[in-house]
Design a protein around this ligand. Structure first.
Ligand code: ATP
Ligand code: MG
Length: 155
């Protein structure tokens, strides 16, 4: 099963992230894939808003991992925002120990997560963003719990 959603502008992508936030559970790992400028960080900003993150979410490119405190979700306390764009090898990604980073009360959103291949195991939620014209973005969610997200998709 694949759940699809189409957004027409930046605000719509942030809303899509915000709505997804309400469907996440502690321990979820979300791998975001898509070309440069696809809207991965924009989407994470929406998720952050949905989780009550108060700090500004920007691209974590130079730090690889950033942690944000979530203030409104009943069980998720930490959003781990990861960007693997500048990691150079699988070994470097293994050293980050991302699998251990996501505790029961945290979620991880990983930009360029496809660079990690299968390192996160089978139970990740995988979101692929495709671009066509300037502002239009096509989202696809796949993964073990994807049926929980069917109401997130376009009708
Ligand atoms: N429908 C849309 N959804 C998301 N972003 C959009 C949309 N339309 C236009 N944009 C613009 O595209 C850019 C997306 O940038 P963003 O940093 O979110 O991409 P990214 O996938 O994180 O890129 P990178 O691979 O460099 O990390 C922003 O400037 C945003 O305003
Ligand atoms: Mg980004």
């Amino acid at each position: 099963m694949i759940v699809r959603r189409h957004t027409l502008d930046t605000a719509a992508t942030q809303r899509a992230g915000e709505e997804l936030a309400g469907m996440l559970r502690g321990g979820d790992v979300v791998v975001l894939s898509g070309p440069l400028g696809a809207g991965k960080t924009t989407f994470v900003q929406g998720v952050a808003r949905g989780l009550g993150v108060e700090d500004r979410v920007t691209s974590p490119t130079f730090t690889v991992v950033r942690e944000h405190r979530c203030t409104t979700h009943p069980s998720i306390r930490t959003l781990h925002h990861v960007d693997l764009y500048r990691t150079n090898s699988r070994g470097e990604i293994i050293d980050l120990a991302l699998g251990e980073l996501v505790e029961e009360a945290g979620v991880a959103l990983i930009e360029w997560g496809e660079l990690a291949g299968d390192l996160f195991g089978a139970d990740v939620l995988s979101i692929t963003i495709r671009t066509d014209d300037d502002e239009s973005r096509h989202f696809e969610i796949e993964g073990q719990r994807v049926s929980d997200f069917s109401s997130w998709g376009d009708a």
